[in-house]
Design a protein around this ligand. Structure first.
Ligand code: MTE
Ligand code: LUZ
Ligand code: MOS
Length: 755
């Protein structure tokens, strides 16, 4: 199986702007719907006055809670989100009505005329006040192991730290959008921008009171999801379907950037209180951490996000004793949700900060402290009891240190800092060990259908969605290689719950692992049949038939793939197959805090050099080096793109991106003028990404490893580098608030100078 550098199958369409997204194919007779919100951050809804809105030009219908005839609430885990608010207003964006009109402008105009009367007071507006008031969405999840008291008693040093990590907007270029139409037989067809078409279909069926089999959700492609469309696209489809049934016409619901940013959830802010004990050799001997996250108004996916944060508090480091607890606070903010990394970056950020304190205390380079602590053979049991198989943290770290020539880099930085008064440089290092699998074991399953046509072309349907990450390209690459065909002969169809049902979200970086394996099972079944057809014609054993260069080969001859497909059809041998996959060997007991939640782990390491301006607090990255374990990469170009994109997205989270809320929990950063995601100019000229060589992962499809989220975690190297640079301004310990805005960097420099 040869692997060439396949580009993203949609690369040309993306570049020319010809790629089609959900709302590019809205029928011309479609109506436009938009939400009317309570215009209040919380309390009890007493009345909704629709009179002015109803007489606005172009308005066709206005739907409210009174129009709900079956289930009235939705939500990915707990059904605690009203489709339309009829009692508690929990957050600013609470929807009280859906205004349907002939144009988007008319709908927006009318929606602004809806008047809701709300009485009472909102929930706490932020994590700290909710925690103080004891308002939570979950019970604590606790993982304890070993003997903390004994470990601390014999430790060389114990650090107490408080670490807060901020929110982050997903900022997909394509905002939320779905449109729906209803046929005469009552069946519902939805075209949606969602990572989870099955959940959307299920919730539409429940809210409309229909059998799931009558609801079909299709996903063409997304202009980015980043987790923001794992659960929070679902209501878009529900609203569109309700309105389509009510009016008998296709209806499109889309959020503009202000609505998207103002009304939808972000990455969860976290607060951590940590007690970390090290022995005299700078090895962690115990770690006790209390995590609280800001869940926002409803539960959404906050439970599993907290679980993943707890699982990644180990930072891929062997910690013999400890206690991790996590609890989700309830606030008036829009419900926070999945975001690339899914809690893991928040967990890693805590322990990475602690390791850096240890490095400073022991006078060791940060990479040396990582080296002494990462899982290695024999020091390889995670806090949750799983043995980390084939740990590669030390390998990626060693490679990235030599790739970046870190010793020389540190010498140069020291020389520079010795002669530069107002500008200082720093080097940051991080290792990211990321567990692959949904932590809820049942979600780790997938399905696919493969059709071979008599001309030898192949069409693949699988349950995953394409959001730019290259999933379809990877699946096409796998199937093409299985059949020995050029990738151009394999078409991956748009995702469709009518063809592959009961899917999981395309999330947890497992899209290729799960759907690729399911598609391979289907392809294997067809390949065996084709091999038998060809082998019979040659009088050889089918197991000796090879698929290569567009043909089937044996010791006695070759026939083209198309020729064999045609012969199979003539012999009435089926050319279609369905395949499924379920990850073996995973389970987790949440009460015991023990199990094997992950199929395997991925490993990455980064070295970053930054420069900080002491008068303005501005900084820039000068160099980034990354080594990432992608197993045997299925598509190296795509993996490289994922690593670069994820790292820069993580750097944005920790530096320039700052979601602001007012005292009611309302988002005030509603567009790119006030919310700064990184752009091409923020990427340094030296940005070197290497895939760990000879890294086959034997039990994963194509012997590859997942890549979508893990490298985002490596961005914790950026604040590490900033702290080193800030530390060069004076004698004090650098303590840096996040995101590391110029104001926070200046404050940290000030404190360091004062000692
Ligand atoms: N890459 C692009 N271009 N756009 C995205 O929205 N989402 C990320 C990652 N890479 C995303 C992306 C997230 S949050 C996940 S979980 C994975 O892609 C999902 O896809 P995969 O499982 O196929 O890797
Ligand atoms: N979604 C989910 C996820 O439901 N469970 C997970 O473990 C997960 N991990 C990463 C991203 N999304
Ligand atoms: Mo990604 S946060 O798992 O959608």
């Amino acid at each position: 199986m040869s692997r060439t550098e396949t580009a993203h199958l949609s690369a040309a369409l993306h570049a020319t702007g010809e790629a089609l997204y959900a709302d590019d194919c809205v029928p011309p007779d479609a109506l436009h719907a938009t939400l009317a919100i309570a215009q209040s951050a919380g309390g009890r809804l007493l009345a909704v006055d629709l009179r002015a809105a109803a007489v606005t030009d172009g308005v066709v219908a206005i739907l409210t809670a009174a129009d709900l005839k079956a289930r009235r609430t939705i939500g990915p885990i707990r059904h605690d989100e009203p489709v339309f608010t009829d009692a508690e207003v929990a957050t600013w964006g609470a929807p009280v009505a859906l205004v349907v009109a002939t144009t988007r402008e008319a709908a927006m105009q009318a929606a602004s005329q809806v008047v809701a009367t709300v009485e009472g007071s909102p929930l706490p507006p932020d994590l700290a006040s909710a925690d103080d008031a004891g308002i939570y969405l979950t019970d604590p999840h606790v993982i304890t192991w070993g003997d903390v008291a004994a470990a601390e008693a014999s430790a060389a040093i114990v650090f107490e730290s408080e670490v807060e990590t901020p929110a982050q907007d997903h900022f997909p270029l394509e905002t939320h959008a779905s449109w729906a139409s209803v046929s005469a037989d009552g069946s519902v067809h939805v075209v949606a921008s969602t990572q989870h078409p099955t959940e959307m279909a299920r919730e539409i069926a429940a809210v409309l009171g229909l059998p799931e089999a009558l609801v079909r959700v299709e996903v063409p492609r997304m202009g980015g999801g980043f987790g923001g469309k794992e659960s929070q696209s679902t209501p878009m489809g529900v609203w569109a379907a309700l309105a389509a049934r009510h009016t008998g016409r296709p209806v499109v619901v889309r959020f503009d950037r202000r609505q998207h940013m103002g009304w939808t959830g972000k990455r969860h802010p976290f607060r951590a209180r940590s007690r970390a004990a090290f022995d005299a050799t700078a090895r962690l001997v115990s770690h006790t951490v209390d995590l609280v996250s800001d869940g926002g108004a409803s539960l959404d996916l906050s439970g599993p996000v907290m679980d993943r944060a707890l699982f990644h508090l180990d930072a891929g480091c062997f910690t013999p004793n400890g206690r991790f607890t996590g609890r989700v606070a309830r606030t008036s903010r829009p419900s926070n949700t999945a975001f690339r990394g899914f809690g893991a970056p928040q967990g890693l950020a805590v322990t990475a900060t602690v390791l850096q304190r240890a490095a400073r205390h022991f006078g060791l380079p940060l990479e040396e402290v990582w080296r002494r602590n990462v899982y290695t053979e024999g020091r390889d049991v995670a806090p949750y009891g799983q043995v980390i198989e084939d740990p590669r943290g030390a390998a990626v770290l060693a490679r990235v240190c030599s790739q970046s020539d870190i010793e020389e880099l540190r010498r140069e930085v020291d020389r520079f800092n010795a002669s530069s008064v107002y500008v200082k440089r720093g080097v940051g290092v991080a290792v990211a060990t990321f567990g692959i699998s949904f932590t809820n074991a049942m979600l780790n399953q997938a399905g696919a259908v493969v059709n071979v046509y008599t001309d030898g072309s192949v069409r693949v349907h699988h349950g995953g969605t394409e959001m730019g990450q290259g999933l379809h390209t990877k699946v096409a690459t796998l199937i093409a290689a299985r059949f020995g065909l050029p990738i151009g002969r394999v078409i991956v169809a748009d995702t469709d719950t009518g063809i592959v049902p009961n899917t999981s979200a395309t999330a947890a970086s497992s899209g290729t692992d799960l759907n690729g394996a399911a598609a391979m099972h289907a392809a294997d079944a067809i390949a065996e049949r084709l091999a038998t057809v060809a082998a019979t014609s040659w009088g050889v054993d089918p197991s000796t038939v090879r698929f290569e260069d567009g043909s089937l080969h044996s010791a006695v001859g070759s026939r083209s793939f198309a020729d064999v497909a045609q012969a199979a059809w003539v012999q009435r041998v089926p050319l279609s197959a369905a395949g499924t996959y379920a990850t073996p060997g995973i389970q987790y007991d949440r009460v015991a805090g023990r199990g094997t939640p992950f199929a395997y782990h991925t490993f990455g390491a980064a070295v970053v050099e930054v420069e900080v301006h002491g008068l303005t607090g501005e900084h820039r990255m000068r160099r980034i080096d990354i080594v990432q374990d992608c197993g045997r990469s299925i598509a190296p170009l795509i993996d490289r793109g994922q690593i670069e994109g994820a790292f820069i997205q993580g750097a944005g989270w920790l530096t320039t991106e700052e979601v602001r809320y007012d005292g009611l929990g309302r988002v005030t950063t509603l567009g790119p003028s006030t919310y700064k995601i990184p752009s091409a100019g923020d990427v340094p000229a030296h940005f070197q990404v290497t895939l760990l060589p000879n890294a086959d992962a034997p039990r994963v499809v194509g012997h590859s490893k997942a890549v979508g989220e893990p490298p985002l975690n490596l961005a914790v190297a950026v604040p590490a580098a900033l702290r080193e640079a800030i530390g060069a301004f004076g004698p004090g310990e650098p303590i840096l608030g996040l995101p590391a805005s110029p104001e926070r960097i200046l404050a940290a420099i000030d404190a360091v100078r004062r000692g």
